[in-house]
Ligand binder design. Structure first.
Ligand code: FAD
Length: 404
């Protein structure tokens, strides 16, 4: 009998899974189910080139429409799945359609964490996760308009960079003492805070938001310190919640994401998970990670597809990520948590430098700003796990390939 594989979530991981399954030679029935009205598209440009208008909408698609036809992938879009029966191996969609399956990949991504304060339903408050979100936000991207960004994470700062270049008056409010505090070290935070200030963005750290009010066209943002700031549009970028409810209700083990092993298998046989919604063991870091990056979605989906096709491809990659702001490309390899030392190579004022995060002289992570060679070297050095000579890392006469 023909095997049926369902891929739930038509995003980055879902698209990669169908591609990899066909590449692996899976010849059975393959269905891709998505809650959004679009074929899988790339999210990174939503806060970068698509927001700025430099990238047209058609270029967002991960694969063109005819790819799915040629690969014989049945796409059901704009209809979310509402329940999962693991015993019967059946997925139910919002239109009551019942989809039986042999194996299911959960690639449901996540949704923006919502502000929890009075006025969090203000019509001028936006979040940014989907194409629909960015199209609504862009309506307010008019020169001279006032934008308040709540949260100085990657998405918030990328939007701030695009907005200020577009002539908006931009303020960023961050509850932590520094920007990007959750994801990078103090050197890189200080650098980005300075770059944004030079570009005309006003950054306020240690500034929690306690409420929003105002009329339909103006939002008044209240801070914990008692200040009130007015804006024509507000964007909150305060983190992501993994979409695990469907899995959890069906009895699939979840803890900060759907728990999977290094083959992307969940606690329920025949049900796998990949991408932002999943939480996997990292052999490199000796603990579980839930990552939110394109590379993680792609690589984990490749692993899941291999497992579904009866092959063995453990997920053992060094995590990596990038962010584009102004003329700067930040590339991060690894996870810096647990470092006991941060070493800066190069001069941040030159807008080209790298920061190495070490634990007992072993490399945990690097942030490379306009420094692709250091980023590439780190991706080999991190899993190798050897002790490094700190003096060589900061010596610009030593090429990154010669660090080990
Ligand atoms: C603005 C923005 C900028 C980013 N920039 C970068 C960057 O520079 N670099 C980087 O590495 N990463 C970046 N990311 C993160 C990256 O895009 C994500 O990590 C990646 O998209 C995760 O892929 P995924 O397939 O796990 O989830 P998604 O791409 O979110 O796809 C999940 C899909 O599942 C659907 N879904 C969920 N539940 C259901 C259901 N019950 N039924 C049907 N469908 C469902 C969702 O609607 C969604 O379409 C960015 C993200 C955003 C939002």
């Amino acid at each position: 009998m023909t095997e049926t594989l369902l891929i739930l979530g038509a995003g980055q991981a879902g698209a990669q899974a169908v591609l990899s399954l066909r590449q692996q030679g899976f010849a059975g029935r393959l269905m891709l189910i998505g809650g959004e009205p679009f074929l899988p598209y790339q999210r990174p440009p939503l806060s970068k080139a698509f927001l700025s208008g430099a990238l047209p909408r058609e270029r967002l698609l991960i694969k063109p429409e005819n790819f799915y036809r040629q690969a014989d992938v049945e796409c059901i879009l704009d209809i979310p799945a509402v329940s999962l029966d693991t015993a019967e191996r059946r997925l139910t969609l919002a239109d009551d359609r019942q989809l039986p399956f042999d194996q299911l990949l959960l690639a449901t991504g996540g949704r923006p964490r919502q502000l929890q304060c009075p006025g969090a339903d203000h019509p001028r408050l936006h979040y940014l996760r989907t194409l629909g979100d960015v199209e609504r936000l862009r309506e307010h991207f008019l020169p001279g308009a006032r934008l308040i960004v709540i949260g100085a994470g990657y998405i918030g700062l990328e939007v701030a960079a695009v907005a200020v270049k577009h002539g908006l008056k931009v303020q960023v409010l961050e509850a932590a003492p520094r920007v990007l505090a959750r994801v990078t070290g103090a050197e890189v935070s200080d650098f980005f805070a300075r770059v944004h200030a030079e570009a005309g963005v006003e950054i306020h750290c240690d500034t929690g938001v306690v409420g929003i009010d105002g009329g339909a066209d103006t939002a008044r943002v209240h801070t914990a310190a008692g200040d009130v700031m007015e804006a024509d549009v507000v964007l909150a970028g305060i983190g992501l919640l993994p979409n695990v409810e469907l899995a959890e209700a069906a009895g699939v083990a979840c803890e900060n994401g759907i728990l999977v092993d290094d083959l992307a298998r969940s606690s329920v046989p025949g049900i796998l998970a990949a991408g932002d919604c999943s939480n996997h063991p990292s052999a490199i870091y000796g603990r579980r990670l839930r990552l939110e990056s394109v590379q993680n979605a792609i690589e984990q989906a490749k692993t899941a597809a291999a497992t579904m096709a009866g092959k063995h491809r453990p997920y053992t990659q060094v995590p990596w990520f990038w962010s584009d702001q102004y003329d700067l490309k930040l590339q991060t390899a690894g996870i810096l948590q647990g470092h006991d030392r941060a070493l800066v190579r190069g001069d941040p004022r030159s807008r080209s430098f790298a920061v190495f995060y070490l634990h007992e002289n072993r490399l945990l992570a690097v942030d490379a700003i306009n420094r692709p060679a250091e980023f590439i070297a780190a991706r080999t050095l991190i899993p190798a796990g050897g002790r490094l000579d700190p003096a060589r890392l900061t010596d610009e006469s030593v090429a990154p390939q010669q660090f080990a």
